[in-house]
Design a protein around this ligand. Structure first.
Ligand SMILES: *[C@@H]1O[C@H](CO)[C@@H](O)[C@H](O)[C@H]1NC(C)=O
Ligand SMILES: *[C@@H]1O[C@H](CO)[C@@H](O)[C@H](O)[C@H]1NC(C)=O
Ligand SMILES: *[C@@H]1O[C@H](CO)[C@@H](O)[C@H](O)[C@H]1NC(C)=O
Ligand SMILES: *[C@@H]1O[C@H](CO)[C@@H](O)[C@H](O)[C@H]1NC(C)=O
Ligand SMILES: *[C@@H]1O[C@H](CO)[C@@H](O)[C@H](O)[C@H]1NC(C)=O
Ligand SMILES: *[C@@H]1O[C@H](CO)[C@@H](O)[C@H](O)[C@H]1NC(C)=O
Ligand SMILES: *[C@@H]1O[C@H](CO)[C@@H](O)[C@H](O)[C@H]1NC(C)=O
Ligand SMILES: *[C@@H]1O[C@H](CO)[C@@H](O)[C@H](O)[C@H]1NC(C)=O
Ligand SMILES: *[C@@H]1O[C@H](CO)[C@@H](O)[C@H](O)[C@H]1NC(C)=O
Ligand SMILES: *[C@@H]1O[C@H](CO)[C@@H](O)[C@H](O)[C@H]1NC(C)=O
Ligand SMILES: *[C@@H]1O[C@H](CO)[C@@H](O)[C@H](O)[C@H]1NC(C)=O
Ligand SMILES: *[C@@H]1O[C@H](CO)[C@@H](O)[C@H](O)[C@H]1NC(C)=O
Length: 534
């Protein structure tokens, strides 16, 4: 019924006969989203843990820097780093503190991060350790708006932050993390139940105007239209106690200094009942469903303003992720589907959140008694996304990303267009395959790993074949041994610099027959096809 094609998988020749042929448009599909921004693959780092990730001037964290360089080499720009999160709204400044941070964890409020936090002057050194990285610094609105220590912190830290960042490192500012939850926060409310959008806007304008005054004193060179601006409103969700679009209608941007409309997104909760790798993360429908509310907000916003829409903080499961889910290879596959879906619906940039000991972290920057220092599974998701997107600084390429609808929720495919032509196809087979039994690493799964055959009609190719790169691990439950195109970025190999492993097949090619390219993708793995027409 369908053409027969052959493809090379490693050294074996596999012949697939039937199957659905997915037609991939060679030219830009109608209604395709605008280009992803430079540094689309970005991170958000929890305020209290930023010194762990970046180190300080006398002891820079070069492991983190190596990981950021790897991504920079793929997309042309090192990831942008938003320094913020819940602890941004707990941080108070203590000028006498001789260490960067002094935090107290109150397990009744959170076991993962301090809810009482002081930062000292050396905190700001951490902005100087990663060459070429741009940052968003988050100021404290939570306590800034209702305690004198909080307000003093705001006024005192503007000069420290602006001098440490300067034009070279400053992207934008942020004032307040998830203020839509201030009156309902599970970690303890910081506003009364009467808190609403109008009050938020009043306080946000008051605070940002004071930030501007401080900048005028300390860093007047940062007040140009290209240097002074904010990410806002940085809401946790689209439908909490405060609604994001309402803030716009209530005048949050009357000063016209909001450069990026930032929203936060999590697919589910780490301890929410029924959350599983297959059902919650390795499930394209679940990702689409989760992002649909963001898409609706972005659409409403576009009728009010031209400000770009980004996810300024996001990851798999809120409350810092679940062990066995958020730190497993399955979460890396989720991350590829999630990021590319965001790109395909016009979200301009995605900041994946992380903190020390967080289960969903892309890497653990230091050794602790909870977590081994190292590159974690989700980082490999970032790498695959960056490789698929390619150089985002070359605007002439006009990169555009489109979803390619597939048959089941357990797989997803995307097309990348450059100069209006199909350049790459990514396919993510998210069917769960455990390489261990019951999560016991000593018991290897006796069931052979299944695979799926995908056939894409991409049009005639002069070369008759396409290059294949794979995101691979032994199973969705693997937390180590992960590679992208045979590269490992693990700490223990070369401190996060790329190392080509010898036990993974690379240089693979898939053959095209009458414009149809077939590829076998093992369950719980992903592949990218590089289309060359000449
Ligand atoms: C594939 O899609 C393109 C554009 O959508 C269309 O022109 C073409 O006829 C389709 N080809 C097949 C084999 O369906
Ligand atoms: C990767 O980035 C680093 C730091 O910018 C640079 O030194 C190195 O030459 C780059 N490597 C490649 C292959 O682009
Ligand atoms: C500020 O830090 C100094 C030096 O560690 C300490 O003595 C002082 O108690 C701290 N102040 C507050 C308010 O925590
Ligand atoms: C700089 O970092 C090192 C290593 O973490 C630490 O020992 C030192 O106290 C830090 N310096 C300051 C001023 O915080
Ligand atoms: C701005 O906020 C500060 C601190 O809460 C407060 O003292 C001041 O009155 C506010 N100014 C205005 C104009 O609301
Ligand atoms: C901040 O607001 C919360 C909630 O209204 C309140 O419980 C808390 O006491 C306030 N803190 C200060 C220092 O005013
Ligand atoms: C300020 O910069 C924004 C982009 O950040 C641009 O859209 C706007 O036109 C600029 N405004 C002025 C007055 O230059
Ligand atoms: C996948 O996600 C959708 C949307 O959340 C959900 O309805 C469906 O049950 C999920 N599939 C599985 C197998 O859990
Ligand atoms: C683990 O490390 C933390 C932070 O350094 C420390 O407070 C805690 O006591 C340590 N726990 C154990 C069991 O060593
Ligand atoms: C895995 O768990 C199932 C259900 O609890 C149990 O029946 C089975 O023996 C376990 N297998 C191994 C190898 O531990
Ligand atoms: C994989 O292992 C997890 C944890 O042991 C289990 O819940 C899940 O059902 C397994 N999935 C498959 C496809 O066997
Ligand atoms: C390749 O070797 C590394 C150890 O060097 C291991 O962790 C990984 O699982 C291996 N990969 C495959 C596909 O066997």
């Amino acid at each position: 019924m369908f053409p027969v094609f052959a493809l090379a998988l490693g050294f074996e020749l596999v012949v697939a006969v039937e199957g659905i042929i997915v037609n991939v448009s060679r030219s830009l599909p109608a209604g395709i989203a605008k280009s992803p921004f430079e540094a689309f693959v970005s991170y958000s780092i929890e305020y209290a843990f930023f010194p762990d990730f970046a180190g300080n001037e006398s002891s820079p964290n070069t492991f983190s820097d190596n990981l950021l360089n790897n991504l920079g080499n793929l997309t042309g720009t090192k990831p942008y780093i938003r320094v913020g999160g819940n602890t941004q709204d707990y941080a108070l400044y203590n000028a006498s503190l001789t260490v960067a941070t002094d935090g107290i964890i109150n397990p009744a409020r959170s076991v993962d991060y301090p809810t009482t936090l002081y930062t000292g002057p050396s905190f700001f050194e951490s902005y100087k350790t990663w060459p070429g990285v741009k940052f968003v610094h988050g100021f404290n609105l939570g306590l800034g708006g209702n305690s004198s220590a909080g307000w003093d912190t705001l006024l005192e830290t503007v000069p420290l932050a602006c001098k440490a960042l300067g034009k070279e490192r400053l992207l934008w500012w942020e004032y307040g993390n998830e203020p839509d939850l201030y009156s309902t926060s599970a970690q303890g409310p910081v506003r009364p139940s009467t808190w609403n959008e109008v009050e938020y806007v009043t306080q946000w304008l008051n605070g940002t105007r004071h930030i501007k005054e401080q900048l005028f004193q300390a860093c007047p060179e940062l007040l140009g239209n290209d240097t002074y601006g904010y990410l806002a409103p940085s809401f946790a969700g689209t439908n909490n106690h405060l609604k994001p679009i309402q803030t716009w209608e209530d005048g949050v941007d009357v000063d016209q200094d909001i450069k990026l409309f930032s929203s936060h997104n999590y697919i589910g909760g780490a301890t929410s009942p029924g959350v599983t790798l297959q059902g919650t993360l390795m499930n394209h429908t679940s990702t689409v469903h989760s992002i649909s509310a963001q898409v609706a907000v972005a659409a409403n916003l576009s009728s009010l303003a031209t400000v770009p829409f980004i996810l300024g903080e996001t990851n798999s499961l809120y409350n810092e992720g679940a062990p066995g889910l958020s730190n497993a290879f399955g979460a890396a596959l989720w991350g590829v589907d999630f990021n590319l879906w965001c790109a395909s619906v016009g979200i301009s940039r995605v900041h994946m959140h992380q903190g020390t000991d967080y289960r969903y972290a892309a890497w653990q920057p230091i050794e602790t008694n909870k977590t081994t220092k190292g590159t974690k599974a989700p980082y490999y998701g970032s790498i695959a996304v960056a490789a698929f997107l390619g150089d985002l600084t070359d605007r002439k390429k006009a990169l555009r990303i489109a979803n390619i609808p597939l048959q089941t929720p357990f797989e997803a495919a995307y097309a990348a267009y450059e100069h209006g032509d199909l350049a790459r196809v990514a396919v993510i087979n998210m069917r769960e395959y455990n390489y261990t039994v019951n999560g016991t690493s000593s018991v290897t799964n006796p069931v052979a790993r299944p695979s799926q055959t995908y056939s894409f009609y991409v049009g005639e190719l002069r070369a008759g074949k396409v290059a294949v790169k794979r995101l691979y691990a032994n199973g969705s439950d693997a937390i180590s041994g992960i590679t992208w195109d045979g590269w490992s970025y693990n700490w223990e190999l070369d401190q996060g610099r790329p190392v080509r492993l010898s036990n993974v097949t690379v240089g693979e090619e898939a053959f095209a027959d009458k414009g149809v390219v077939g590829i076998v993708v093992e369950d719980s793995s992903a592949a990218v096809l590089e289309i060359r027409r000449t």
